[in-house]
Design a protein around this ligand. Structure first.
Ligand SMILES: *Cc1c(COP(=O)(O)O)cnc(C)c1O
Length: 356
């Protein structure tokens, strides 16, 4: 047998989630925070056109999309770096700072890719428990040592949906040494409605060690094409561009992302619908007796403790796939009204009893 890197033996083998179908044939996927809406015709058309050119390599510099993003956000092109999804960009970030001896600080529970990517880079994860389902920024600042190289702040947080506010974030960033990179992971930024939750792009303009991670996978509906980006100070963006796997952003992905930026108004109308459904679902769950934190994202979090797995199985009986996390809780994406209704029927019959 070949000898593998030692870190691999500590990493879980990937297990694919099963599709969930109710006895009556209904099936709703509320497990991956995707948009329930199909691609816009204009975006499909751009992809179809690009498909006719796929015997050619993609543009290695992803120049059309870089230019479009720079214009969209009013930043220099040199501040933009792209990757195969924002997970791809996060991996590139780890490639720029992560190495044995380097500590990566993040909240837990948070996005599942952080520990995997930190492990792969050889860095050491330093996790800081959530407080009231939210990043405990004071404790995260306390966790910084001379070896800290990178901090992820997932705002809003996956899987709890909670967000940190401007004042506490500024107080936290004031305590981070200037040679420690802070990544504000804003995969769900478009779903934020609380005006007190800061836009990371405002923060990055004021702080040379802060960069923002965003994606086309969620609000823009391109999860299947894999395109995400970083906007950050030039040295950070330069480094992250260096560690991109050549051609990581493929030709169809670039075409689709450019078309999506052009159709942004239409896509953001869909975000409004999801945000309305988010309020409806949360209120219904609360009236059923569940405790649900305020979500600024396109999902809700249910802390169900040791009933979590039973809850996921119960929802499966209704054709609803949710995302259970061990004996902690379940994350449930907001879908279209029919999917949300199916989910709420499942929660009504499960009952909130003994959730604490
Ligand atoms: C979904 C998600 C992403 C986006 O991943 P992609 O690779 O862009 O699809 C990034 N960060 C968080 C916290 C997420 O939940």
């Amino acid at each position: 047998m070949p000898r593998f890197r030692r870190v691999l033996s500590t990493m879980p083998t990937y297990k694919a989630g099963k599709a969930v179908v109710a006895p009556d044939g209904r099936s709703f996927k509320l497990s991956s925070n995707e948009t329930p809406y199909e691609p816009l015709p204009s975006v499909l058309e751009a992809i179809t056109k690009a498909a006719a050119e796929m015997h050619r390599y993609p543009d290695p510099g992803v120049s059309a999309l870089t230019e479009a993003l720079a214009e969209r956000y009013g930043v220099p092109e040199s501040h933009v770096a792209l990757g195969a999804g924002s997970v791809g960009v996060a991996q590139q970030i780890l490639e720029t700072v992560g190495e044995p001896g380097c500590e990566v600080v993040y909240a837990w529970r948070s996005f599942e890719a952080y520990p995997l990517l930190a492990d792969l880079s050889g860095a050491t994860s330093v996790t800081v428990p959530l407080k009231d389902e939210t990043h405990d920024l004071e404790a995260m600042a306390d966790a910084i040592t001379a070896d800290t190289g990178l901090i992820f702040v997932c705002n809003p947080n996956n899987p709890t949906g909670t967000a940190n506010r401007s004042t506490e974030l500024a107080a936290f960033l004031d305590r981070v040494p200037s040679d420690v990179l802070v990544i504000l992971d804003e995969a769900y930024r478009e779903f934020v409605t609380d005006a007190d939750v800061p836009d990371g792009l405002t923060i990055y303009r004021e702080r040379p060690n802060v960069a923002v991670l965003r994606t086309f996978s969620k609000a823009y509906g391109l999860a299947g094409l894999r395109v995400g980006y970083l906007i950050g100070p030039e040295p950070v963006a330069d480094a992250v561009r260096k560690t991109m796997m050549p051609f990581a952003v493929n030709h169809l992905a670039q075409a689709a992302a450019c078309a999506s930026l052009k159709a942004e108004d239409e896509l953001l109308e869909r975000v409004d619908l999801i945000v309305k459904e988010r309020a409806r679902v949360r209120e219904a769950l609360i009236s059923q007796g569940y405790a649900i934190p305020v979500s600024e994202a396109n999902f809700v979090w249910m802390r169900l403790g040791d009933r979590t797995q039973a809850f996921a199985e119960h929802c499966a009986g209704y054709g609803v796939a949710v995302r259970p996390f061990g004996a902690e809780g379940a994350r449930v994406s907001i879908g279209d009204p029919a999917a949300n209704d199916a989910f709420l029927s499942a929660t009504a019959s499960f009952g909130p009893a003994s959730t604490g």
